[in-house]
Design a protein around this ligand. Structure first.
Ligand code: FES
Ligand SMILES: [Fe+2]
Length: 388
């Protein structure tokens, strides 16, 4: 865990502890000057294209015959039709309509019906693009900043002691709701049908330049540890011989927003390696940033018995999908409240979430004003998309 500015955690501290926020968090655009996953590697098949978007900007991803992936603005410079409808030949992308050809830099390199002595038209914008961790990352901001901006560091991904489960879901809410949802473990009540009765206790919060993080421990108020959770996190036990820190007898969860990504690590009592190491990115899809594609890498430590992780995998998948589904429903309900009210009317009392909100506002950029739809909005008028 990172060295940090520690402070005591007072869950009932007044909101006045944090300087008044003048900007609206839900009208804050994400900073485009980072690497964002826009697809999984398998979504862009060899010699094929894939249409994606970042904050309302349409982008085409293409994989060449040499297996290089590149990213261009998804519109032909000629008649503006989407380039993802085109075809890949060799290292070029051909528009499906009049066959203008583009290279990886977006330059138009051939118009089949022009004589060779005629000059070629301008091409389209290209985006820096890299493939890592089974994801395709694009840098949608200022291209000159891409080289000096590192890809996210996910060391557990290559650790053979872990098996990775991918999350790739569209969630109809602003990315800030996702950060708040994961970081505020006081919402275990939402998961009572899957998790039983669990209480989270914040132990410590820390912050630094561009990041905030919190440690929690948990205790079960009643009932048994559910099967899916047991398979994923292991059976909880105390190890009295482990003395390296004060929390040796507790399960510890650390959740960190290191802008713009978020991570969660879970250590069972006494263990030195996390049982669970989760990395998430919430990528805005539309210009108003009220929808996001969530990409997650959930790395789960394999049990001691060789191959056992594969037998347990369906239970782990069922459990994590169930939890994620409940979170999706509730954050989308939060977004509908914002849409109707037209402004953030949240009443936040929890210190780590106050710090998180400040970080997200200060790191982002204001979006155009968004009007509410219904001042007399009522939650009951907006039934949830799914019931669980
Ligand atoms: S619209 Fe693309 S080549 Fe004409
Ligand atoms: Fe949750």
């Amino acid at each position: 865990m990172a060295a940090a500015i520690a402070e005591s955690v007072r869950p009932n501290a007044a909101a006045t502890d944090i300087a008044e926020e003048s900007a609206d968090i839900r009208k804050t655009g994400i900073d485009p000057n980072y690497w964002y996953p826009l697809a999984r590697s398998g979504d862009v098949k060899p010699k094929n294209t894939c249409g994606v978007s970042f904050a309302g900007k349409p982008i085409v991803l293409a994989r060449t015959e040499k297996n290089d992936v590149f990213a261009l603005e998804d519109r032909c410079a000629h008649r503006q039709v989407p380039l993802h409808l085109g075809v890949v030949r060799g290292e070029r992308l051909l528009c499906s309509y009049h066959c203008w050809a583009y290279n990886k830099s977006g330059a138009c390199v051939n118009v089949p019906y022009l004589d060779s002595n005629e000059s070629l038209p301008n091409g389209v914008r290209s985006y820096p693009c890299r493939e890592a961790y089974g994801l395709i990352f694009v840098f949608p901001g200022q291209p000159e900043k891409a080289e000096s901006t590192p890809l996210p560091d996910i060391p557990t991904y290559d650790n053979s002691a872990y098996k990775t489960r991918y999350l790739d879901r569209r969630i109809d809410c602003h990315y800030s709701f996702m950060h708040e949802n994961l970081m505020d473990m006081n919402h275990q009540f939402l998961h009572r049908s899957l998790m039983g009765s669990i209480r989270a206790r914040a132990l410590d919060i820390r912050e630094g330049d561009g990041w905030v993080e919190v440690d929690y421990t948990f205790h079960r108020a009643s009932g048994k540890q559910p099967l899916g959770e047991k398979f994923m996190l292991g059976k909880r036990k105390k190890t009295p011989d482990f003395k390296s820190d004060d929390n040796a007898d507790k399960d510890i969860m650390t959740i960190r927003t290191g802008y713009p990504y978020q991570t969660l690590q879970f250590w069972t009592a006494g263990s030195e390696e996390p049982a669970l190491d989760l990395w998430n990115a919430y990528v805005p899809i539309d210009a108003e940033q009220r929808k996001n594609q969530t990409y997650g890498l959930m790395m789960i430590r394999k049990p001691g018995i060789p191959g056992a992780i594969h037998a347990l995998w369906p239970f782990i998948a069922w459990f994590t999908d169930g939890i994620f589904g409940q979170d999706k429903d509730i954050v989308e309900a939060e977004q509908r409240a914002f849409d109707a009210q037209g402004e953030d009317q949240n009443n936040e009392v929890f210190p780590i979430i106050q710090k998180l909100r400040k970080l997200l506002i200060e790191s982002g950029t204001p979006l155009p004003d968004q009007k509410g739809t219904d001042p007399n909005w009522n939650l009951n008028e907006y039934p949830m998309a799914h019931s669980r």
